[in-house]
Ligand binder design. Sequence first.
Ligand code: TMP
Length: 210
Amino acid sequence: MTQNSLLITFEGGEGSGKTTQSQILYNALKEKGFDVTKTREPGGTKFAEIIREILVQGESNKINNISELFLFAAARADHVQKVIKESLKDNKIVICDRFIDSTLAYQGYAGRLDLDLVEEVNKISIGEIYPDLTFILDIDPTQGIERALGENNKETRFEEKDIIYHEKIRDGYMKIARNNPNRCVVINGTNDIERISKKILELTLNKINE
Ligand code: TMP
């Protein structure tokens, strides 16, 4: 099958269902015969996965916002160079669970770092590699955090931040969606899994056929 490269990102607050949905989309596209790479942030390379451990585990206030910003950027630059860029070069569809909008929503809107600074650092870490399509899964943070903490993992550093931080993330994502209407689609994360995945597949196929 001939296909053009595409970078699809999944975004959203804690427990919004983006990891589940990115996996379902990956399976559906593979089944249709597309060449797809699935990856995540922070992570996706050996080096970035080590940074991930520092960022997502432990006490919620252990790192200040600016250090956090640079750690995410360092992980992202490695991931973009080694995985995303190479896959796009091979005309693959890349599905990435979180990307630059997470930094803008978490470190920018919620962490109160200057938004222009965050955008500049994002730009440095990705170069020209911007997403073509972004699904933002939206959920009430109280409900989302309950879901996420029920998953029984040790990666709870962000989940443990206060509810106001998570509300700012949600508002931030809505602003990002409004500012980038050509690539961002907001999806109600409380709808049932099948309904959401059908919608996401439909929109992805439309994008592929554009
Ligand atoms: P995950 O829970 O989706 O695996 O993501 C790990 C955590 O890292 C999540 O709480 C969101 C946070 N994060 C940021 O704060 N900034 C970023 O740029 C990224 C990629 C993730």
